[in-house]
Design a protein around this ligand. Structure first.
Ligand code: S3P
Length: 168
């Protein structure tokens, strides 16, 4: 079995993914980490040197490679669902779970980080709202289950997902 987590930056995919993997005795995988490992450089360097489209191509490549594997919880980069091809690939892996969060909450969670190139702008909160608005229909369309994480801890989110998985 595999589980796929989607959602905006700062929605809790990594924290929840680790907890879920532990509970379900699955491996934890993260598309950003896999890309950084194969490329031998940081996401921010990839964006800077080769641009966003190049990074998006790497995202598609990495989830194509994962089609041959099983027993993992996959945390995906926040922009993964922007390509329809990616959504089909993710859906063929297993249930796709959307971690949702209000823009204000996202801002609080990401504001001190410097590793997200898309948020290294003058007005990160405005950027978050703009991108979240644009992406919301993509996230909703891809998701089999959605949870609003705004007021929940990673442990609470994990519990909720485990219950949903059991109830299916
Ligand atoms: C991105 C999100 C990041 C990373 C890259 C682009 C995005 O991943 O893939 O910086 O477009 O939302 P996280 O969602 O894990 O921060």
């Amino acid at each position: 079995m595999n589980i796929v987590l989607i959602g905006f930056m700062g929605s809790g995919k990594s924290a929840v993914g680790h907890l879920l993997a532990e509970e379900l005795k699955l491996n934890f995988l993260d598309t950003d980490e896999l890309i950084e490992n194969t490329e031998g450089r940081k996401i921010s360097e990839i964006f800077k040197a080769d641009g966003e489209e190049y990074f998006r191509d790497l995202e598609t490549e990495v989830i194509k490679t994962l089609q041959d594997y099983d027993n993992f919880v996959l945390s995906t980069g926040g922009g993964m669902v922007l390509r329809e091809e990616n959504v089909s690939l993710l859906k063929s892996m297993g249930p796709v779970i959307l971690l949702w969060a209000e823009p204000e909450v996202i801002y609080e969670r990401v504001k001190s980080g410097t590793h997200r190139p898309l948020l290294q702008v003058e007005e990160p909160f405005e950027e978050i709202k703009k991108r979240l608005d644009y992406r919301t229909p993509f996230y909703r369309k891809a998701a089999d289950y959605t949870i609003d994480t705004s007021k929940l801890s990673p442990e609470e989110i994990t519990k909720d997902i485990l219950q949903w998985l059991k109830s299916r």
